[in-house]
Ligand binder design. Structure first.
Ligand SMILES: [Zn+2]
Ligand SMILES: [Zn+2]
Length: 368
């Protein structure tokens, strides 16, 4: 005999009661906190939004009120408009909204990127947004406050690179590779065009390369973000616009530009150049060839597989909800480890529409 009707009813009610206690649920507009009546990184306009970071898939225009980190205020206003209704919180500073205590903690992804900690009646949930941390000891993103693990009962994690094949090498080794490529090109009298997303990746590249090799040119889409980073106190080497340098100097230059310049007239002014692409997707076999560039450098602003595991373990959470990336793989792995795991369907992962073709060819969700 199967379970009685009453037992089924009890279980349904228990599930509903548990769901009612959930601090974050899925709604058509985005991830929603029922107790506090606000959204986190919603993809449709809402009255109140907590924003983890200013990448386009997480921060959208049109919300009534924004809550975000003070570190990211400059870049968020630069992208959303200077006049948005924004309350900025310093790291760890808490505000209470309808009984929910909200605080922001560094995510190490891009300037200002935050994890959102929610506390309500003794229950603590953390929404990671996007995050980067290194599985290699004592490494930090040079361009923002490093990821800080936050203890919680439930951790909502991204999973952009949530497959065991993704393992980043130490940053020093990566920057040495880029420097060697640049130096060899400079010696041969050709520019080194290095493509990466204008917000986050470009600054990671600039902060790590050896600026003694030659002059650095940045595309017009990159410089306003550099300005926001510098204003926030991040050290970047001197950068020039292409028109500021004589043609001779361009032949030794490192050129940092968004991927959209590939095949554009803007690139032709550098004459013969070597081109490269910096992305976590470059870890995939064939990714560089499909892009049609000379070199691929594996640099990501997202945690790799060991980094994701490390971050999840550090929260002490028993329950984990996976958002964008390889949800199914990550959920299965978490369940095997004894976690209560599930997934939320989100509309994140479209930051760099300009480069999604490569990922689409791989049949993988694109997000970086
Ligand atoms: Zn992001
Ligand atoms: Zn994302």
């Amino acid at each position: 005999m199967g379970p009685s009707h009453n037992a089924l009813m009890d279980r349904a009610q228990a599930t509903a009661a548990a769901a009612a206690r959930d601090l974050v649920v899925e709604r058509p507009q985005g991830l929603y906190c029922p107790a506090g009546d606000f959204y986190i990184d919603p993809w449709q306009p809402v009255p109140r939004a907590v924003i983890t970071h200013a990448h386009a898939d997480h921060a959208r225009r049109g919300h009534g009120h924004y809550l975000a980190s003070a570190e990211g205020e400059g870049v968020l206003r630069a992208r959303m408009g200077a006049d948005i209704a924004l309350q900025a919180l310093s790291w760890g500073q808490a505000v209470e909204h309808r009984g929910v205590r909200i605080s922001l903690h560094p995510a190490g992804h891009v300037l200002g990127s935050a994890q959102v900690r929610l506390e309500h009646r003794g229950e603590v949930w953390v929404v990671s947004g996007d995050y980067w941390l290194s599985g290699h000891q004592a490494e930090a993103n040079l361009t923002c406050t490093p990821f800080e693990p936050v203890r919680c009962h439930c951790f909502i994690t991204e999973s952009t690179f949530g497959l065991p094949i993704y393992r980043w090498q130490p940053q020093a080794a990566l920057y040495a590779e880029i420097d060697a490529w640049w130096a060899a090109n400079a010696t041969a009298g050709r520019a080194s065009v290095l493509m990466g997303y204008a917000f986050g990746k470009a600054q990671r590249l600039l902060a790590g390369v050896d600026a003694g090799i030659g002059p650095i040119v940045v595309h017009g889409a990159v410089e306003p973000l550099n300005a926001a980073y510098r204003a926030a106190g991040v050290a970047l080497p001197p950068t020039h616009r292409v028109t500021e340098l004589p043609k001779e100097a361009l032949r030794r230059a490192l050129v940092v530009a968004p991927p959209s310049v590939l095949g554009s007239p803007w690139l032709r002014r550098f004459g013969e150049a070597s081109d490269a692409f910096a992305s976590g997707w470059m870890a995939l076999r064939g990714a560089r060839r499909r892009r049609g560039v000379d070199r691929g450098f594996v640099l990501s602003d997202h945690a790799d597989w060991p980094g994701l595991q490390c971050a999840i373990a550090a929260t002490g959470a028993r329950r984990v909800i996976v958002t964008h990336g390889y949800e199914a793989v990550m959920v299965r792995w978490l369940q095997e480890q004894g976690y209560e795991a599930g997934a939320f369907r989100t509309e994140y992962g479209d930051e760099a529409i300009e480069t999604e073709a490569g990922a689409a060819e791989e049949g993988i969700p694109f997000a970086e």
